[in-house]
Design a protein around this ligand. Structure first.
Ligand SMILES: [Zn+2]
Ligand SMILES: [Zn+2]
Length: 578
């Protein structure tokens, strides 16, 4: 949870309270608190950030944050949900908050419309406004009615904006689970740009195979968080979820499944080129299968691999389907051998309660073992990261004692000793060389001073990468998807430095980071850089973020052979060496 998300939730509470007709004082308190949270750093683990404040109980030091809100936000951050909000949401029809979003309408008027005209969605409101029934209400006139109709168009446009993968993917996974458990479903998959691990997505697409579509759509249409059913036809159902995200389900027959999944996975550019290739082979592709242009039986490939084979191509993995040269390579059967999640044998970049993690070292190691890892790197923060409870020398040596103790308790997971070392403003590292020398893994990261100009920032990072004991370059650009842009630096030049100096580049799987991005990874891959698929886990749960690193790396054309943690612990250490 980030401070931005907390702010959005506080605003939602304020709006719900206004709908409820609560007094202006109480309502305003939530808006003021939301403003305060918006001023916090986007990275919740940053100095003065959300986690530090929750841990230290200093939220109420923020202006506008009183005791009641402090408690609510603490509950929200600790549990990921808030009882108070859930109860408030239950008091209003789904879609009520969409009405509040209409510019100039506001919660009070929205409440009147809901009460007097029994409307709860944009569509319903649009209908009564067109019928001229809004102007008759007290406090509304013809002008307001017109403004509402124009406002609805604006809200719809905003709802159509692309959303970050960290927001869409978990929702898609929840919907997928529901669909998979629906009556008669033989299989189902997430399709669309989420399947391709694009970092922003216009909507959620799910494809299911079942003999009878109706019962599946029935289950889908009443998923938790649905604010509106947008369309429902014979085989397709579209819903809108609470935060404006649209989700589409297509139900096809078992025989159509592979082509439908392929069709709805995209991308458009990839498909345009495939259709051209199909034509030269006398075929046409649709969501239902391949047809022969001169007529005759249509072909229904049983798998996507078979579909590509019918076109004379090697199977292109979903993450590569962007028309960036993958089709040409598929035709000569020279696609890169991408890393997959099963190849990864160790969790790299893990924090524990020694710094700002939420699980103890032993819990992290045991969980890594349960998930099948052969090794884990314990890389808590260094001293400069005081906001993240970074270690000093005394605590570092105490941590090493604990590592030795836990290693005896959990012999099947090799624990590698390391640190996530701050790159200081002048590019030096936050531990003396004599300490760095004793570590298996040294992850060097920027956590502060993101706003240096491009020359200073490039020089700062270059100096860190040139340090002989720097092994991994952590979350290189420092971006926070949707919240903080990459810092200014000459990335291509720095990639070259990393390659020359034998430094491994991180692909950080924190869903808000995905850093390096697929675009930069493609450059890193052209230059044959070594890559670490890191989790940057601050809890046992976050070890499960590995797939974000893998998906992003695959999208960035990352081959298994260059992934340092797609090896045994010994192999990993050897690969890090320069
Ligand atoms: Zn970090
Ligand atoms: Zn970290």
């Amino acid at each position: 949870m980030t401070a931005r998300e907390v702010a959005a939730i506080l605003r939602e509470i304020s709006q719900l309270l206004q709908l409820k007709g609560e007094n202006a004082f109480k309502v305003r308190a939530y808006d003021l608190a939301a403003d305060a949270f918006e001023t916090l750093p986007p990275d919740p683990a940053a100095p003065g950030g959300l986690y530090e404040r929750v841990a230290k109980g200093t939220l109420s030091e923020l202006s506008g944050v009183g005791k009641a809100i402090d408690q609510k936000v603490t509950e929200l951050v600790r549990n990921g949900k808030l009882e108070y909000l859930e109860n408030l949401r239950r008091e209003f029809p789904h879609g009520a908050l969409d009405l509040v979003q209409i510019p100039g309408l506001g919660p009070r008027k929205a409440a009147t419309l809901i009460r007097e005209l029994d409307v709860s969605t944009l569509d319903e409101l649009e209908k009564v406004a067109r019928e001229g029934r809004v102007r008759g209400l007290k406090g509304f006139g013809e002008k307001t009615e017109q403004a509402i109709l124009e406002g609805i168009i604006k809200v719809r446009a905003r709802q159509g904006e692309r959303k970050p993968l960290w927001e869409t993917r978990p929702l898609a996974e929840q919907l997928l689970k529901r669909v998979q458990a629906a009556p008669g479903v033989t299989r189902a998959e997430i399709a669309g740009s989420i399947r391709r691990y694009a970092e922003t997505n216009a909507d959620i697409d799910i494809v299911a195979a079942a003999a009878a579509p109706e019962p599946v759509m029935e289950v889908f249409a009443v998923s938790p968080g649905v604010t509106e059913i947008l369309a429902r036809g014979g085989t397709k159902c579209s819903i809108r979820l609470r935060d404006g995200i649209q989700a589409d389900l297509r139900v096809v027959t078992e025989a159509q499944f592979a082509t439908a999944l392929h069709h709805f996975t995209g991308s458009k550019q990839h498909h345009v080129k495939l259709r051209g290739i199909a034509r030269t082979r006398g075929l046409s592709i649709s969501e239902y299968g391949l047809a022969r242009l001169e007529g005759g039986d249509s072909l229904q490939p049983a798998s996507e691999e078979e579909l590509y084979r019918l076109l004379g191509l090697a199977a292109v993995p979903p993450e590569l389907r962007e028309d960036l040269g993958e089709i040409e390579l598929a035709s000569s059967d020279t696609l890169p051998e991408l890393v997959s999640i099963g190849d990864v044998r160790g969790y790299v970049h893990c924090h524990s309660t020694w710094s700002d993690g939420k699980a103890t070292l032993e819990q992290m190691v045991r969980k890594a073992g349960e998930l099948g890892a052969e090794f884990i790197t314990v890389t808590d923060h260094s001293k400069a990261a005081h906001y993240a409870n970074g270690l000093d020398l005394t605590r570092l040596s105490a941590q090493w004692d604990e590592i030795a103790r836990v290693q005896e308790l959990v012999p099947n997971v090799r624990i590698l000793r390391g640190s996530e070392v701050d790159i200081l403003e002048n590019g030096s590292l936050d531990w003396p060389d004599s300490i760095l020398e004793k570590m298996d893994v040294v992850i060097c990261s920027v956590h502060q001073r993101f706003k240096l100009d491009i020359d200073k920032q490039t020089a700062r990072i270059r100096r860190a990468l040139e340090h002989p004991l720097c092994s991994i370059w952590g979350h290189p650009t420092g971006r926070y998807l949707g919240d903080r842009d990459p810092m200014p630096a000459r990335w291509e030049e720095l990639i070259e430095v990393a390659v020359e100096r034998g430094v491994t580049i991180e692909c950080n799987g924190t869903p808000h980071r995905l850093d390096f991005s697929a675009d930069l990874l493609r450059i890193a891959n052209r230059k044959k850089a070594k890559i670490s698929l890191s989790v940057d886990a601050h809890s046992t749960k976050e070890l499960e973020n590995l797939h974000y690193a893998v998906g992003t790396a695959r999208r960035g054309w990352t081959e298994k052979s260059r992934v340092v943690n797609a090896r045994s612990a010994e192999g990993f250490l050897a690969a890090l060496r320069k």
